[in-house]
Design a protein. Structure first.
Lengths: 445, 445
């Protein structure tokens, strides 16, 4: 097929149906993460991919993250200067961090120009991302992508800085880590794009971490509910917030690799809606196993308050105090009362342990009674996830039996309609994931 | 004197005449160059200086350049990607380069917060710098510093990104290398500031390059005319364009060191206007020698077209063609006609030689006649500068005699009312500067 950038001699001809500038052409938002654009070689590879998509007849809008470890580097510089505080001014931190994406979008445009693709960079503000003024972690209020729409109409590829916007008081805001995925999803919604492709350094969503489980399978498709449970329980990509936004606004995602360029994992509302032929799915994709994935998470710690008087309001008092301190409590287990006393265990991110202990010693323990046992840092959470378990009893029993057969002790349990999580010792997590992956029939043939 | 940032307990008292927020307080624009803010240690030193100025009762607005060699690093990244062109897209280059100043202003604000000074960063656009759309080298059209005025009124130090603005079509623009000085001068004018201090890595303007002439003297004061001639003939700082803007708008400058913090060189319209006592000048400053400074420049090359028919319009044809190609011709010398033929010599920046030779061979030589001699790359220009020479005949003669006594051959001569320049062999330039510095009585006692 002819392309705008390669068939200059054919430009005088009438527009063709597969030309990027015709309304019939698909509009695809493509987001590239930090590792995908970490070097000039990677920028070139991405630019060539975009040129190829255009030659195929698609229109493309790009969202780009800061290159490689740039955001870490900028944060490190701020730490070197702000030695007296662990929370430097948010407005200035956002001004600082968003510089990373600016560099990336400008260099990406230069890379696109190199392969003959017309491209314009846009900051979050220029692209119309209006956010609240909650610096470091701003939320998108509205997207007014006038300049983006205009660029696309002119046959130009807009290259938008990920994870940034402008507040009502005209200050630069940063959407937080992983915010570029959210930018891409919100842009796809605002542009009414045909799809939103999140390019990353893995080739899709796997049934378990392939580093732990060599026979883990890449899933051709997954539901939003399943992916949300997976990202909540240790699957690192994509960022959970972007999946939520995509879910809420019904933006179909395609999570795929910027290194191998193979087809990745489609994320949809309902797998039954997929057309196996059109969506290029393997035939087995529609025969869903009950369990789709096994995830694990080693980033939490477990606290236990022993011998708490078992009376109404105690839990509420404890967890309200933690919530007000911004502690992100995950799992909670309360033991059966014994002689009017009970034990309450809960998990928090390891980074929140110090704050949690502070809140407890600052009056909460005195108020509710009980004593704090030493915090357990070396815990692991393993989860099995699958929409199919809703109509399949016995999944929990099978999970517990499988762990018991390996001699792995279960310390805490929590469940949702499509997930069961167990807290175990951290150094048994790898074995647990492998065993469960096999037991639930997920190993690749 | 009490300060806003250190006497918190006195805040309930009525405003004092020396408080930064009172209208009586002086308003000073302070610009810090790349080496002044190259590291976190340097940022801290600059922040402490600003805190000190505020304790003295001054109000401060800061302009900051990109850190150290950051702009070079960004240009290098662009070169790695844009391999097929030496002129990558200007809009994208400006988006890229301006990221450097954004980082610097954010980190500078964090450094100011560390020493208790309230500070807000502003991009060129946020600070109201409206420019033309001439990317890479945009010109300021207007400064509307509403947000800056507001910050100052609130007792906040505004920290403005140097060398950037926004074009009428809302794109980010870069004012070019050395543009931060221009930003500072334009801001000082727009704010009607009491002075504009350009902090750099030298302690002021010297009577010659101190690396060549150990007995070169720092000048306590200099006129705009003299400084313009000096920057035009090799004195590297401040950027000539900023001196022109300051001259045109009558913004007094103070060129000084961000390393020693000593008083530097005042730049004014007329030295006679200075009050030696108030301006802290050495007593001898008012007894101006005829010559104030000796400058040198090794960055140019000399081209000669021999045997050109000596008829009207030849020079015009030649130099119009070069001007249209953007070649920056500096000195021009045309020999006395001999048998209807003449030689035309001129100097251009070494970086423009290839383009110049191209223009000449692309028809200009054929049109005007004559032949191009091999380009001389190894030339040096030495200049003596001083407003006093206007009323002192014999300066030129003394300069030529001094060079002749050293056996240094003069290849070209050009003069202005307050400057005489001679082109000589490059490897004699150092000797020429030293000899002239002594001959004109400039050596420090």
């Amino acid at each position: 097929m002819p392309s705008n950038e390669q068939s200059g001699s054919g430009n005088q001809a009438a527009p063709q149906s597969d030309s990027p500038s015709t309304p019939q052409a698909k509009l695809i938002v493509q987001k590239f993460g930090g590792t995908s654009v970490a070097t000039s070689e990677r920028m070139r590879a991405v630019a060539e991919h975009v040129a190829l998509c255009r030659r195929r007849g698609d229109r493309v809008a790009m969202v780009v993250s800061a290159m490689g470890k740039e955001t870490d580097d900028l944060l490190h510089m701020a730490d070197q200067i702000s030695v007296s505080t662990s929370r430097p001014d948010g407005r200035e931190m956002d001004m600082l961090i968003t510089a990373g994406e600016r560099k990336a979008i400008a260099l990406m445009c230069l890379a696109l120009h190199e392969v003959g693709v017309p491209a314009h960079s846009f900051t979050g503000s220029q692209a119309g991302f209006l956010t609240d003024a909650n610096h470091r972690d701003a939320k998108i209020l509205e997207v007014k992508p006038f300049r983006i729409t205009e660029a696309i109409a002119e046959g130009v590829v807009p290259v938008i800085a990920g994870s940034q916007g402008v507040s009502p008081d005209k200050n630069v805001t940063f959407l937080g880590r992983g915010g570029s995925d959210t930018t891409a999803v919100a842009l796809a919604k605002a542009l009414n794009a045909d799809s939103c492709e999140l390019y990353t350094d893995v080739s899709g969503v796997f049934s378990a971490d392939p580093r732990l489980v060599p026979r883990a399978k890449k899933m051709a498709a997954i539901t939003f509910d399943e992916l949300l449970e997976m990202t909540a329980t240790g699957c690192p990509k994509p960022a959970m917030r972007s999946v939520e936004v995509a879910h809420n606004h019904r933006v179909p995602l395609h999570i795929r690799s910027a290194f191998t360029w193979e087809s990745g994992t489609l994320v949809v509302e309902d797998l039954a809606d997929l057309n196996p032929e059109q969506d290029n799915l393997p035939e087995t994709a529609m025969e869903q196993p009950i369990i789709r994935a096994v995830t694990h998470d080693l980033s939490e710690a477990k606290l236990t308050i022993a011998a708490v008087p078992d009376k109404p309001g105690v839990s509420a008092q404890l967890f309200r105090a933690l919530a007000e301190a911004g502690v992100n409590v995950d799992m909670i287990v309360q033991n059966v009362s014994d002689a009017g006393l009970t034990d309450i265990s809960f998990t928090v991110p390891s980074s929140d342990v110090a704050r949690t202990e502070q809140v407890l010693s600052d009056g909460v323990l005195d108020a509710i009674g009980g004593r704090l046992l030493p915090t357990e840092q070396a815990i692991g959470r393993v989860s099995v996830i699958g929409a199919g378990m809703k109509s399949n009893p016995g999944v929990a029993a099978k999970m517990f039996e499988t762990l018991a057969a390996e001699g792995i002790n279960i310390e805490m349990i929590s469940t949702s309609a499509i997930r069961i999580s167990c807290v175990i010792e951290a150094d048994r997590a790898e074995q647990a994931v492998q065993t469960l992956h096999t037991a639930f029939g997920l190993d690749a043939a």
